[in-house]
Write a protein that binds this ligand. Structure first.
Ligand SMILES: Nc1nc2c(ncn2[C@@H]2O[C@H](COP(=O)(O)OP(=O)(O)OP(=O)(O)O)[C@@H](O)[C@H]2O)c(=O)[nH]1
Ligand SMILES: [Mg+2]
Length: 328
Protein backbone atom coordinates (compact mmCIF):
# COMPACT_ATOMS: atom_id res chain seq x y z
CA UNK A 1 0.00 0.00 0.00
CA UNK A 2 2.77 2.39 0.98
CA UNK A 3 4.68 1.88 -2.25
CA UNK A 4 1.41 2.29 -4.19
CA UNK A 5 0.84 5.68 -2.50
CA UNK A 6 4.44 6.71 -3.12
CA UNK A 7 4.18 5.90 -6.83
CA UNK A 8 0.83 7.71 -7.14
CA UNK A 9 2.44 10.72 -5.50
CA UNK A 10 5.32 10.66 -7.99
CA UNK A 11 2.86 10.31 -10.87
CA UNK A 12 0.89 13.34 -9.67
CA UNK A 13 4.08 15.41 -9.37
CA UNK A 14 4.99 14.41 -12.94
CA UNK A 15 1.50 15.46 -14.09
CA UNK A 16 1.88 18.78 -12.30
CA UNK A 17 5.15 19.45 -14.13
CA UNK A 18 3.33 18.94 -17.45
CA UNK A 19 0.41 21.09 -16.34
CA UNK A 20 2.48 24.12 -15.28
CA UNK A 21 5.23 23.85 -17.94
CA UNK A 22 8.67 25.40 -17.87
CA UNK A 23 9.54 29.07 -17.49
CA UNK A 24 12.11 28.75 -20.31
CA UNK A 25 9.17 27.87 -22.62
CA UNK A 26 7.50 31.15 -21.73
CA UNK A 27 5.20 29.89 -18.98
CA UNK A 28 4.76 32.37 -16.11
CA UNK A 29 4.08 31.17 -12.53
CA UNK A 30 0.45 31.99 -11.87
CA UNK A 31 -0.56 33.83 -8.71
CA UNK A 32 -2.81 31.74 -6.50
CA UNK A 33 -4.39 33.43 -3.48
CA UNK A 34 -5.87 31.64 -0.46
CA UNK A 35 -8.90 33.24 1.17
CA UNK A 36 -10.89 32.12 4.17
CA UNK A 37 -11.85 32.76 7.78
CA UNK A 38 -9.13 33.00 10.46
CA UNK A 39 -7.51 29.67 11.37
CA UNK A 40 -9.22 27.67 8.59
CA UNK A 41 -5.82 26.31 7.47
CA UNK A 42 -4.64 28.61 4.64
CA UNK A 43 -1.01 28.82 5.73
CA UNK A 44 -0.96 25.13 6.62
CA UNK A 45 -2.19 24.35 3.11
CA UNK A 46 0.65 26.38 1.57
CA UNK A 47 3.17 24.43 3.68
CA UNK A 48 1.40 21.14 2.87
CA UNK A 49 1.51 21.80 -0.87
CA UNK A 50 5.21 22.64 -0.60
CA UNK A 51 5.76 19.34 1.23
CA UNK A 52 3.70 17.42 -1.32
CA UNK A 53 6.28 18.24 -4.02
CA UNK A 54 9.37 17.96 -1.81
CA UNK A 55 11.86 15.10 -2.09
CA UNK A 56 12.76 15.10 1.56
CA UNK A 57 10.49 16.54 4.27
CA UNK A 58 7.88 19.15 5.28
CA UNK A 59 9.00 22.69 6.06
CA UNK A 60 7.13 25.64 7.50
CA UNK A 61 7.26 28.55 5.04
CA UNK A 62 4.01 30.28 5.99
CA UNK A 63 3.60 30.62 9.75
CA UNK A 64 0.65 28.64 10.97
CA UNK A 65 -0.68 27.80 14.40
CA UNK A 66 -3.14 29.13 16.93
CA UNK A 67 -3.79 29.64 20.59
CA UNK A 68 -6.49 27.02 21.01
CA UNK A 69 -10.21 27.24 20.55
CA UNK A 70 -12.29 30.25 21.52
CA UNK A 71 -9.63 32.97 21.64
CA UNK A 72 -11.31 35.16 19.00
CA UNK A 73 -9.07 37.51 17.02
CA UNK A 74 -6.06 36.56 19.17
CA UNK A 75 -6.06 33.41 17.06
CA UNK A 76 -4.97 35.39 14.00
CA UNK A 77 -1.58 34.06 12.92
CA UNK A 78 -0.95 35.50 9.46
CA UNK A 79 -1.04 39.28 9.65
CA UNK A 80 0.65 40.51 6.48
CA UNK A 81 0.23 39.64 2.83
CA UNK A 82 3.08 37.38 1.74
CA UNK A 83 3.88 35.92 -1.67
CA UNK A 84 5.73 32.59 -1.70
CA UNK A 85 7.47 32.29 -5.04
CA UNK A 86 8.43 28.85 -6.38
CA UNK A 87 12.09 29.86 -6.04
CA UNK A 88 11.45 30.02 -2.27
CA UNK A 89 9.40 26.92 -1.61
CA UNK A 90 10.51 24.43 -4.28
CA UNK A 91 13.43 22.42 -2.93
CA UNK A 92 13.45 19.45 -5.30
CA UNK A 93 16.07 19.75 -8.07
CA UNK A 94 13.69 17.86 -10.38
CA UNK A 95 11.22 20.75 -10.21
CA UNK A 96 13.64 23.61 -10.81
CA UNK A 97 12.65 25.73 -13.79
CA UNK A 98 8.98 24.71 -13.74
CA UNK A 99 6.38 27.49 -13.55
CA UNK A 100 4.87 26.33 -10.28
CA UNK A 101 2.48 28.90 -8.81
CA UNK A 102 3.30 31.82 -6.55
CA UNK A 103 1.25 31.21 -3.40
CA UNK A 104 -0.27 34.28 -1.76
CA UNK A 105 -1.07 34.04 1.93
CA UNK A 106 -3.21 36.68 3.62
CA UNK A 107 -4.79 37.03 7.03
CA UNK A 108 -8.08 35.34 7.70
CA UNK A 109 -11.05 37.55 6.83
CA UNK A 110 -14.13 37.96 9.00
CA UNK A 111 -17.59 38.18 7.49
CA UNK A 112 -17.58 41.97 8.17
CA UNK A 113 -19.08 44.60 5.89
CA UNK A 114 -19.59 42.97 2.49
CA UNK A 115 -18.96 46.09 0.37
CA UNK A 116 -15.64 46.89 2.05
CA UNK A 117 -14.44 43.28 1.94
CA UNK A 118 -15.39 43.05 -1.72
CA UNK A 119 -13.36 46.17 -2.57
CA UNK A 120 -10.34 44.97 -0.57
CA UNK A 121 -10.48 41.68 -2.45
CA UNK A 122 -10.69 43.62 -5.71
CA UNK A 123 -7.57 45.61 -4.77
CA UNK A 124 -5.89 42.29 -4.03
CA UNK A 125 -7.02 40.57 -7.23
CA UNK A 126 -5.90 43.51 -9.42
CA UNK A 127 -2.45 43.41 -7.77
CA UNK A 128 -2.81 46.72 -5.94
CA UNK A 129 -1.82 45.53 -2.46
CA UNK A 130 1.90 45.48 -1.79
CA UNK A 131 3.87 42.75 -0.05
CA UNK A 132 3.49 42.95 3.75
CA UNK A 133 0.20 44.87 3.59
CA UNK A 134 -1.88 44.29 6.70
CA UNK A 135 -5.35 43.58 5.29
CA UNK A 136 -6.95 44.27 8.68
CA UNK A 137 -5.47 47.80 8.57
CA UNK A 138 -6.92 48.32 5.09
CA UNK A 139 -10.31 47.22 6.41
CA UNK A 140 -10.02 49.47 9.48
CA UNK A 141 -9.09 52.44 7.27
CA UNK A 142 -12.08 51.78 5.02
CA UNK A 143 -14.41 51.48 7.99
CA UNK A 144 -13.21 54.75 9.53
CA UNK A 145 -12.75 56.86 6.39
CA UNK A 146 -15.10 55.28 3.87
CA UNK A 147 -14.70 53.12 0.79
CA UNK A 148 -13.64 55.88 -1.64
CA UNK A 149 -10.85 57.14 0.63
CA UNK A 150 -9.69 53.54 1.05
CA UNK A 151 -9.53 53.10 -2.73
CA UNK A 152 -7.66 56.40 -3.10
CA UNK A 153 -5.09 55.34 -0.50
CA UNK A 154 -4.37 51.85 -1.75
CA UNK A 155 -4.58 51.95 -5.55
CA UNK A 156 -1.23 51.98 -7.36
CA UNK A 157 -0.18 53.65 -10.58
CA UNK A 158 2.25 50.97 -11.70
CA UNK A 159 1.17 47.37 -11.62
CA UNK A 160 2.11 44.55 -13.95
CA UNK A 161 -0.11 41.77 -15.17
CA UNK A 162 2.20 39.47 -13.23
CA UNK A 163 1.07 41.16 -9.96
CA UNK A 164 -2.57 40.23 -10.54
CA UNK A 165 -4.25 37.16 -9.12
CA UNK A 166 -4.85 34.30 -11.58
CA UNK A 167 -6.61 31.78 -9.31
CA UNK A 168 -8.61 32.09 -6.09
CA UNK A 169 -8.82 29.22 -3.63
CA UNK A 170 -11.47 29.65 -0.96
CA UNK A 171 -10.32 27.64 2.04
CA UNK A 172 -12.96 26.51 4.54
CA UNK A 173 -12.58 24.37 7.61
CA UNK A 174 -14.76 21.24 7.64
CA UNK A 175 -15.26 21.85 11.37
CA UNK A 176 -16.80 25.33 11.10
CA UNK A 177 -19.88 26.81 9.45
CA UNK A 178 -19.16 27.94 5.87
CA UNK A 179 -18.59 31.75 5.79
CA UNK A 180 -21.23 32.45 3.17
CA UNK A 181 -21.05 36.26 3.43
CA UNK A 182 -17.30 36.21 2.84
CA UNK A 183 -17.64 33.80 -0.09
CA UNK A 184 -20.30 36.07 -1.55
CA UNK A 185 -17.80 38.97 -1.47
CA UNK A 186 -15.13 36.74 -3.06
CA UNK A 187 -17.50 35.77 -5.87
CA UNK A 188 -18.52 39.38 -6.55
CA UNK A 189 -14.88 40.49 -6.78
CA UNK A 190 -13.60 37.44 -8.70
CA UNK A 191 -16.55 36.83 -11.02
CA UNK A 192 -18.15 40.26 -11.57
CA UNK A 193 -21.48 40.20 -13.37
CA UNK A 194 -21.81 43.93 -14.14
CA UNK A 195 -20.06 45.96 -16.85
CA UNK A 196 -17.80 48.10 -14.65
CA UNK A 197 -15.30 45.37 -13.74
CA UNK A 198 -14.91 42.60 -16.31
CA UNK A 199 -11.75 40.74 -15.25
CA UNK A 200 -12.92 37.26 -14.19
CA UNK A 201 -10.79 34.83 -12.21
CA UNK A 202 -11.39 31.08 -11.78
CA UNK A 203 -12.42 30.20 -8.21
CA UNK A 204 -11.81 26.88 -6.44
CA UNK A 205 -12.64 25.57 -2.97
CA UNK A 206 -10.69 23.51 -0.45
CA UNK A 207 -12.16 21.92 2.68
CA UNK A 208 -9.46 21.41 5.31
CA UNK A 209 -9.42 19.63 8.69
CA UNK A 210 -11.08 16.65 7.17
CA UNK A 211 -9.59 14.48 9.93
CA UNK A 212 -11.78 16.26 12.48
CA UNK A 213 -15.20 15.38 11.05
CA UNK A 214 -17.41 12.40 10.53
CA UNK A 215 -17.84 12.26 6.76
CA UNK A 216 -21.16 10.43 7.05
CA UNK A 217 -22.73 13.00 9.41
CA UNK A 218 -25.56 15.22 8.12
CA UNK A 219 -23.81 18.26 9.56
CA UNK A 220 -20.76 17.65 7.38
CA UNK A 221 -22.81 16.79 4.28
CA UNK A 222 -24.82 20.02 4.68
CA UNK A 223 -21.66 22.03 5.17
CA UNK A 224 -20.15 20.62 2.00
CA UNK A 225 -23.36 21.30 0.07
CA UNK A 226 -23.35 24.90 1.37
CA UNK A 227 -19.79 25.38 0.12
CA UNK A 228 -20.68 24.04 -3.33
CA UNK A 229 -23.67 26.37 -3.55
CA UNK A 230 -21.82 29.44 -2.21
CA UNK A 231 -19.06 28.93 -4.78
CA UNK A 232 -21.57 28.21 -7.55
CA UNK A 233 -19.82 24.89 -8.12
CA UNK A 234 -22.77 22.52 -7.87
CA UNK A 235 -22.15 19.79 -10.44
CA UNK A 236 -18.44 20.59 -10.85
CA UNK A 237 -17.10 18.86 -7.77
CA UNK A 238 -13.60 18.46 -9.21
CA UNK A 239 -13.04 22.15 -8.46
CA UNK A 240 -13.51 21.55 -4.73
CA UNK A 241 -10.92 19.51 -2.87
CA UNK A 242 -10.83 18.13 0.63
CA UNK A 243 -7.66 17.48 2.54
CA UNK A 244 -5.92 17.10 5.82
CA UNK A 245 -2.97 19.43 6.25
CA UNK A 246 0.36 18.54 7.80
CA UNK A 247 -0.14 19.39 11.48
CA UNK A 248 0.35 18.05 15.03
CA UNK A 249 -3.07 16.42 15.18
CA UNK A 250 -2.29 13.95 12.41
CA UNK A 251 1.43 13.77 13.09
CA UNK A 252 2.10 14.22 16.82
CA UNK A 253 5.55 12.58 16.55
CA UNK A 254 6.73 15.17 13.99
CA UNK A 255 7.56 12.49 11.42
CA UNK A 256 7.03 15.27 8.88
CA UNK A 257 10.30 16.93 9.87
CA UNK A 258 12.13 13.87 8.51
CA UNK A 259 9.94 12.74 5.60
CA UNK A 260 6.85 13.55 3.60
CA UNK A 261 3.52 11.73 4.08
CA UNK A 262 2.15 10.51 0.72
CA UNK A 263 -1.39 9.94 2.01
CA UNK A 264 -1.52 13.63 2.99
CA UNK A 265 0.14 14.75 -0.26
CA UNK A 266 -2.06 12.91 -2.75
CA UNK A 267 -5.39 14.81 -2.31
CA UNK A 268 -3.44 18.09 -2.28
CA UNK A 269 -1.54 17.19 -5.46
CA UNK A 270 -4.72 16.06 -7.22
CA UNK A 271 -6.38 19.36 -6.37
CA UNK A 272 -3.41 21.52 -7.40
CA UNK A 273 -3.23 19.68 -10.73
CA UNK A 274 -6.77 20.92 -11.36
CA UNK A 275 -6.16 24.46 -10.07
CA UNK A 276 -3.08 24.97 -12.27
CA UNK A 277 -4.78 23.67 -15.40
CA UNK A 278 -4.38 26.03 -18.35
CA UNK A 279 -7.94 25.24 -19.49
CA UNK A 280 -9.12 27.71 -16.81
CA UNK A 281 -8.41 31.13 -18.08
CA UNK A 282 -8.67 34.61 -16.66
CA UNK A 283 -11.13 36.62 -18.72
CA UNK A 284 -9.97 40.14 -19.67
CA UNK A 285 -6.58 39.65 -17.98
CA UNK A 286 -5.28 43.06 -19.12
CA UNK A 287 -7.96 45.12 -17.37
CA UNK A 288 -6.39 47.43 -14.79
CA UNK A 289 -7.81 48.81 -11.57
CA UNK A 290 -6.22 52.19 -12.41
CA UNK A 291 -8.18 52.66 -15.62
CA UNK A 292 -11.51 51.97 -13.88
CA UNK A 293 -10.59 54.13 -10.89
CA UNK A 294 -9.62 57.06 -13.15
CA UNK A 295 -12.69 56.74 -15.31
CA UNK A 296 -14.85 56.97 -12.18
CA UNK A 297 -12.83 59.79 -10.63
CA UNK A 298 -13.05 61.83 -13.88
CA UNK A 299 -16.83 61.26 -14.01
CA UNK A 300 -17.20 62.27 -10.34
CA UNK A 301 -15.17 65.43 -11.00
CA UNK A 302 -17.33 66.28 -14.01
CA UNK A 303 -20.63 65.72 -12.21
CA UNK A 304 -19.25 67.53 -9.15
CA UNK A 305 -18.47 70.59 -11.32
CA UNK A 306 -21.92 70.84 -12.91
CA UNK A 307 -23.62 72.45 -9.86
CA UNK A 308 -20.98 75.17 -9.21
CA UNK A 309 -20.83 76.05 -12.94
CA UNK A 310 -24.64 76.32 -13.11
CA UNK A 311 -24.61 78.56 -10.01
CA UNK A 312 -21.96 80.81 -11.58
CA UNK A 313 -23.95 81.12 -14.82
CA UNK A 314 -27.11 81.90 -12.85
CA UNK A 315 -25.31 84.54 -10.75
CA UNK A 316 -23.95 86.10 -13.95
CA UNK A 317 -27.44 86.44 -15.49
CA UNK A 318 -28.98 87.79 -12.27
CA UNK A 319 -26.18 90.39 -11.98
CA UNK A 320 -26.69 91.40 -15.60
CA UNK A 321 -30.45 91.75 -15.06
CA UNK A 322 -29.92 93.87 -11.92
CA UNK A 323 -27.33 96.06 -13.72
CA UNK A 324 -29.73 96.65 -16.64
CA UNK A 325 -32.56 97.58 -14.27
CA UNK A 326 -30.30 100.04 -12.43
CA UNK A 327 -29.12 101.63 -15.70
CA UNK A 328 -32.76 102.14 -16.76
N1 LIG B 1 -6.53 18.75 12.61
C1 LIG B 1 -6.19 19.62 11.68
N2 LIG B 1 -5.69 20.82 12.03
C2 LIG B 1 -5.35 21.67 11.05
C3 LIG B 1 -5.51 21.38 9.68
N3 LIG B 1 -5.11 22.45 8.95
C4 LIG B 1 -4.70 23.37 9.84
N4 LIG B 1 -4.84 22.92 11.11
C5 LIG B 1 -4.54 23.63 12.35
O1 LIG B 1 -5.37 24.79 12.40
C6 LIG B 1 -4.67 25.86 13.02
C7 LIG B 1 -4.71 27.08 12.11
O2 LIG B 1 -3.99 26.79 10.92
P1 LIG B 1 -3.37 27.96 10.01
O3 LIG B 1 -2.79 27.30 8.82
O4 LIG B 1 -2.49 28.85 10.79
O5 LIG B 1 -4.68 28.74 9.62
P2 LIG B 1 -4.80 30.11 8.79
O6 LIG B 1 -6.03 30.02 8.00
O7 LIG B 1 -3.55 30.39 8.05
O8 LIG B 1 -5.00 31.15 9.98
P3 LIG B 1 -4.82 32.76 9.95
O9 LIG B 1 -3.57 33.07 9.24
O10 LIG B 1 -4.74 33.12 11.39
O11 LIG B 1 -6.03 33.28 9.28
C8 LIG B 1 -3.26 25.34 13.28
O12 LIG B 1 -3.18 24.93 14.63
C9 LIG B 1 -3.11 24.15 12.35
O13 LIG B 1 -2.22 23.16 12.84
C10 LIG B 1 -6.05 20.09 9.33
O14 LIG B 1 -6.25 19.75 8.16
N5 LIG B 1 -6.37 19.27 10.37
MG1 LIG C 1 -2.31 31.99 8.09
Amino acid sequence: MESYLASERIQLITNLKDVVGRTCDGRRPMNVVFIGSPACGKSSFINSFSASIADDYWREYAFSGGQGVGRGVANQITVRLKRFKPTEYVTSKRLQGYALPTLIDISGLHEGEGGLTEEILRLLFYGQLKENTNIMSVYKYGKERGLQKMRAKYWRWFTNNSDKVDRVIVVASATEPIPQGLINSVMKAARPTGDKYTREIPVFGMLTKFDQVDESSDEFKNRKATLFTALSLVGVSHRIGQCVNYCDTIDPDLTRTKQTLPDVDIPILRFMNVVCGSQYEVINPEESYRSIYFHEAAWDLLTGMVTPVMCLVLCFFISCAIAMLLVK
